[in-house]
Design a protein around this ligand. Structure first.
Ligand SMILES: Cc1ncc(COP(=O)(O)O)c(C=O)c1O
Length: 425
């Protein structure tokens, strides 16, 4: 006897019924609603308003805190939720194989964005993970030294301290000038910190404290002359400025794509130069850990593939505008902001001025005001979201100028700052 369910199954085969193909759209078939590449020579405020229109903040919010976390444009949100639908419609099919090609496309596009080979890029979760992976990989000897300047983010310092200090490895913490005038001044700090025992320099590309850009290329050259490896915490740079890793020459570079590349949250990248890759070990081991390629550093078994697909869409978003155009806009906004602030005595810029030394992160002290109160005031009275920076006696508000910020937004911000500086002097 054939039971009812079995008969229905056989009938369905006989009728040629197949699985519905719903929810298979991918970012490649579902690109940004606006093709920004058509406006390549347009740098008008209207063009940047168009870019801004692709971001949907809650009404009334003035978001100047991209350095803490970015927002994803519409195309990235859509691509991610479509991918989530696909995965929930066909759970195992897409987790285990059907997106392998797309994953490699994302790797390739990131390699291209960074001017390096796709075989040097691992797709991870964030900078914290990347720095942990790098720090954990090294088996140093007591007495060896690691250089970690004082402005390093905790995600780029705790991993070195926890994994190495207890084994007698020395962490050298040189002090960086808060307002350097030149690249040479910063390079000198690293030159002075190097000894014959130095094995690694771990350095942020852009520090989160006051937005200072550190000279990765020059420090890498200096380090390599002494046989020292260079690991870079790039959390704040990709998507804000053009990052050419072949030119920078560091050994390792890791970044969170959920900041300036606007990807879904919980995505990041790890670059390991081909000739330095053998130093790295996976943080997590599972099937695939013996892979000789860089993929061995990103084996998590079941993982966040919809976010990875969303990262593909975010790189497309950046590419259709163009990273060089974005970088130029960054400097345009920085100049516009600094010029406006410059004429107000109660506002003091605490980010170095030269373009080699800062870009879209700028910090400002409202003189005679406590920065925590200033931050609360800005949010409560002007719906401005920014970050209060208290370390290094900064007492300063940190503002980020991502691509969705217009000059009109900066006018609003500066008006609010001036008004606050004049309250109850
Ligand atoms: C310089 C720097 N490094 C590391 C991080 C940590 O980033 P994530 O939490 O995405 O790993 C941040 C976050 O703000 C940062 O600014």
């Amino acid at each position: 006897m054939i039971n009812h369910r079995r008969r229905k199954f056989l009938q369905s085969i006989g009728l040629g019924l197949t699985l519905p193909q719903a929810g298979l759209r991918l970012w490649k078939e579902n690109p940004s609603p606006i093709d920004f590449s058509k406006y390549s020579s347009d740098n008008s405020e209207s063009f940047w308003e168009l870019v801004k229109s692709q971001f949907e903040f809650t009404p009334g919010l003035h978001y100047f805190n991209n350095a803490s976390l970015g927002s994803s444009p519409i195309s990235v949100r859509r691509a991610t939720s479509d991918a989530r639908d696909t995965l929930d419609n066909y759970p195992s099919k897409f987790m285990w194989g059907d997106w392998d090609d797309e994953k490699e496309t994302v790797r390739q596009n990131i390699g291209d964005l960074f001017s390096v080979s796709a075989e040097e890029i691992a797709l991870i979760h964030n900078t914290t993970e990347g720095m942990n992976l790098i720090a954990r990989s090294f088996d140093l000897q007591a007495g060896d030294e690691i250089i970690l300047a004082d402005h390093e983010h905790t995600s780029g310092s705790i991993c070195w301290e926890v994994f190495h200090e207890s084994k007698g490895i020395k962490i050298i913490r040189p002090e960086l000038p808060l307002m350097p005038n030149s690249v040479a001044e910063l390079v000198q700090v690293y030159r002075d910190a190097i000894t014959p025992r130095t094995k690694i320099i771990s350095i942020a590309h852009i520090v989160n404290t006051n937005g200072m850009i550190l000279p990765i290329k020059e420090v890498s050259q200096l380090a390599h002359e002494h046989g020292i490896l260079v690991a870079v915490d790039g959390a704040q740079a990709p998507g804000m400025i053009d990052v050419n890793l072949a030119d920078l020459g560091c050994d390792f570079y890791t970044a969170s794509t959920h900041k300036w590349l606007f990807s879904p949250k919980g995505m990041g990248v790890l670059y390991a130069k081909e000739s330095s890759q053998h130093h790295l070990k996976p943080l997590i081991v599972c099937k695939g850990h013996k892979d000789q390629s860089i993929r061995r550093l990103e084996n998590y078994n079941t993982r966040n593939l919809p976010e990875l697909m969303g990262l593909g869409a975010s790189i497309d978003f950046i590419n259709t505008i163009g990273i060089n155009k974005i970088e130029a806009r960054t400097y345009e906004l920085k100049k516009y902001f600094r010029t406006k602030i410059g004429s107000t005595p109660a506002l003091q810029l605490k980010t170095p001025a030269p373009d080699r030394l800062s870009a879209a992160i700028q910090v400002v002290e409202v003189l005679r005001k406590d920065v925590r109160k200033a931050k609360t005031h800005m949010y409560d009275h002007a719906q401005i979201d920014c970050r209060a920076m208290t370390t290094f006696d900064l007492n300063a508000l940190r503002f980020s100028f991502a691509v969705y910020i217009t000059k009109e937004d900066i006018d609003y911000l500066v008006e609010a700052l001036v008004a606050y500086s004049e309250i109850a002097k």
